[in-house]
Design a protein around this ligand. Sequence first.
Ligand code: ADP
Ligand code: MG
Ligand code: ZN
Length: 477
Amino acid sequence: MEYEVVIGLEIHAELATKSKIYCGCTTEFGGEPNTHCCPGCIGMPGALPVLNKAVVEYAIKAGLATNCEISHYSRQDRKHYFYPDLAKAYQISQCDYPLCRNGYLEIEVNGEKKKIGITRIHIEEDAGKLIHDEYGRGTFVDYNRSGVPLIEIVTEPDMRSSAEVKAFFEKLKAILEYTAVSDCKMQEGSLRADINLSVRPKGQKEFGVRTEMKNLNSIRAIVRAVEFEAKRQILELEYGGVIERETRRWDDVKGESYSMRTKEEATDYRYMPDPDLYPIYVDQEWIEQIRATIPELPDDRKKRFISELGIPEYDASIITASKPLADFFEAAAKESKNAKAISNWVMGDLMKKLNDTGLEPSDIPFAPGNLARLVSLIDENVISGKIAKQVFDIMWETGEDPADIVEKKGLKVVTDTDAIRSVIIQVISANPKSVEDYKSGKTKAMGFLIGQIMRETKGKADPQAVNRLLKEELDKL
Ligand code: ADP
Ligand code: MG
Ligand code: ZN
């Protein structure tokens, strides 16, 4: 039987506000355990919450950037559950009256465009963190993260493959970065996704029973978890089993998901309006003020890079998916006047370096102007493309200006024909066999000789001059 996979996401993003959602404590990541806390965010009885206005602004911004309707009236509710890192034994969230609703994002997979619905975006508070002692002395709790503001973005069950999930998630991440709503550092837990997934026989109208995998914190893990869970459910059904409505944990090391607990229903949480907090009233004027602060978003920037800077659509899609990378590219391209060459470097050597080192585009260790000047050095034939790769590597290590590197290391192209000719004569006399091969019509021998000459000159000889002069010398023989 053929199956269709159905996926909906619940994504939590920590907001980039300076202070927490209901108190003035800092949201800064890390720090000595329990130093970013006050009676409010560690849940002392009697400490009252006061809503941080910036949280509402950031959440509205996220809503506007994802085509949501903004509620003029919304409410904050208590969601009850016990967890040692949730000191109040309830989390303040939003249940029936979320701040944003009915949005969507457009994604493109294999050239096909598709809208993915966003059911709602609501604000809530993050919990603390449990630290299991590695010597088995017990479990510690750090409340620094307790009360850090979150938005939860819930999608419709509109995705049908891991590729669509990846495209949606990357698009959303880019938008949150562009609007600076969240720093989206997944390795620090600033952005994490829960995956709801079910399968159904192709053609069946009703959805199948879904499972939920919580807190996936890398795009790679999300893709792998979707693929594993889809396969698992299909196999289960093929062998006559049933899918349980349950919460499963994704183990990224083993590459498997396993059952954690049966899913609790909304009624289990005993949602109730928080009596300590007023409803949130948002008027149209405030919404318009916030709308005016939204910068150019990835799709528009992509169009502009194609039309203004003349780079291919494929390059533009990849580069604009990351704001810091797009900023770097744009700065370099504007300084260089050879945007296509800049794009090639970014798509090639730069992305490879980021991949190899695990660094983020915001950590690129040299200025965009350095890449622009490196491209000029090639375009003006001061260095060869091959040498440029060496210069790039040094630039990455030291952050030095490419012209200084070329000067210091003596990497300039040798165009002096006398110097090149003397190397050629030397190479010819050292390789009589290759010369003979060439003379007897084996043109491949020429390539070998060129290789030897480039090696002797450490790749600095002007390739055109080498070609011409080598031919001349061989023809003389
Ligand atoms: P709950 O309140 O139990 O979390 P929701 O109705 O809010 O359930 O849905 C949570 C998420 O599950 C949403 O992202 C939604 O798109 C997704 N979802 C709902 N039904 C299915 C299904 N049958 N298969 C896959 N995903 C689903
Ligand atoms: Mg839910
Ligand atoms: Zn506090």
